[in-house]
Ligand binder design. Sequence first.
Ligand SMILES: NC(=O)c1ccc[n+]([C@@H]2O[C@H](COP(=O)([O-])OP(=O)(O)OC[C@H]3O[C@@H](n4cnc5c(N)ncnc54)[C@H](O)[C@@H]3O)[C@@H](O)[C@H]2O)c1
Length: 245
Amino acid sequence: MGSMRMSVAVVTGAGRGLGLRIATALAGRGHRVVAVDIDEDGAKGAAAAVGGRGFGCDVADRDAVRELAERVGPVDLLVNNAGIWRFGPLLDLGRADVVDVVNVNLLGTLWCVQAFAPGMADGGGGAIVNLSSGAARMHSAGTGVYPVTKNAIEALTVQLAVELGPERIRVNAVAPGSILTEATARILGPAERAERDRTIPAGRMGRPEDISEAVAYLASDAAQYVTGQVLYVDGGLTSGRVAAP
Ligand SMILES: NC(=O)c1ccc[n+]([C@@H]2O[C@H](COP(=O)([O-])OP(=O)(O)OC[C@H]3O[C@@H](n4cnc5c(N)ncnc54)[C@H](O)[C@@H]3O)[C@@H](O)[C@H]2O)c1
């Protein structure tokens, strides 16, 4: 970063939820956003909302990601936000429930880094922010391989930080706790939400802007000496629970 041209920021899974919020926050800080989503309409809608470009692309499809990177050209920032989960007990998981989650969460992150990191900021540096999850630290039965992929993303973040350090590319991750998005609202009933508001040390579930602010910080020059880190933005959820009154 730091060049005179406007910084270009790729955000995957930008069609809705945290990705859309992150795209909005980065656009508000002067980045030209490239919104990427498997849902092409979602990507275009996000692009229209934040004044950027939008592309339909499955991050798990390595060739498609490479073609996309050629079309987009040099970027300064990559936010690997696209992620899916298929919950169920490990012993009962079908092959697709394992392969799809690994393909999108872990391999999709790596394919995007391989495609967008070379030539980042015209070879002058850049930043990558990956999305982990509080689930990487706090395992709950029945969450399939989702927590496994998020632990792997944290390990990948550290290894990438080491390998890409000499290219002046910083690589960090944000691990959201329990954040209220369209996706989590579908699976959490009012009683479960109230329970979380009572037991999370910060006294509430997270908001999408809690995450977008953390991503924006790690992407910014204010974090120019921060790399290889995972920032837990969870209101204390993974540290412990407040006893219910
Ligand atoms: N919401 C939370 O509480 C929470 C907590 C911890 C971690 N996270 C992580 O944050 C990220 C975003 O979560 P969210 O709640 O906004 O989810 P979401 O389901 O609302 O949004 C995910 C977006 O990614 C897109 N997507 C899915 N598969 C894709 C693929 N193969 N290629 C490109 N795009 C794809 C979807 O179309 C969707 O627009 C995920 O990585 C998730 O694991 C979320």
